[in-house]
Design a protein around this ligand. Structure first.
Ligand SMILES: Nc1ncnc2c1ncn2[C@@H]1O[C@H](COP(=O)(O)OP(=O)(O)O)[C@@H](O)[C@H]1O
Ligand SMILES: [Mg+2]
Length: 158
């Protein structure tokens, strides 16, 4: 079977299960709702055009990036209203991220070369990266889980 067709069927199955409440709801932001697929991945469901744009950005960044700073995207639907990403464990305090990167403040965190570099490369707005909801834990390391908010997305949709 053609890959695209297979993928469509898979996303239809996920939507079917979602509507029946099979997946645990994790949380939502202005653009997307996030559910636990129960297999180590989450699904991000766009609620509006801003959410679609953010899914598209996360898809592009994940496939271009080699920094290990981001939870990886494994698949997106054709129209980007659905995105499948590695599930991260919840972070209960942002100080955990500060400790990991050995910084003492938001300013120091944002000034790290790693963060400055992704800001430059992807035009990412760092503003939310001092919030615990932007980060999660995968394999004992903090990773960024909400990285669709680029300058273009902000100017266009907010
Ligand atoms: N990969 C993930 N693993 C676990 N939780 C996630 C993941 N991605 C997002 N979340 C959680 O889901 C909620 C909403 O997701 P988010 O990406 O922030 O949506 P939005 O960009 O619309 O604000 C947040 O509370 C976030 O912590
Ligand atoms: Mg968010």
């Amino acid at each position: 079977m053609k890959r695209v067709l297979k993928m469509t069927i898979e996303f239809n199955r996920i939507m079917f299960n979602l509507k029946r409440g099979y997946y645990r709801y994790i949380g939502s932001g202005s653009g997307r709702q996030v559910f636990d697929l129960g297999n180590g991945y989450v699904i991000k469901v766009a609620r509006n055009r801003a959410g679609i744009a953010q899914n598209m950005c996360e898809y592009k960044i994940s496939f271009n990036d080699d920094s290990d700073l981001f939870a990886k995207v494994i698949q997106a639907s054709n129209d980007f209203d659905l995105l499948i990403m590695q599930k991260a464990h919840k972070i209960y305090n942002i100080s955990y991220v500060f400790e990991y990167f050995n910084v003492a403040s938001k300013r120091e965190l944002f000034n790290l070369e790693e963060l400055q570099s992704i800001k430059r490369r992807y035009n990412l707005l760092l503003d939310d990266f001092d919030r615990k909801s932007s980060w999660g834990m995968i394999n004992g390391r903090p990773v960024i889980i909400d990285y669709g908010f680029t300058r273009e997305v902000m100017e266009r949709y907010y």
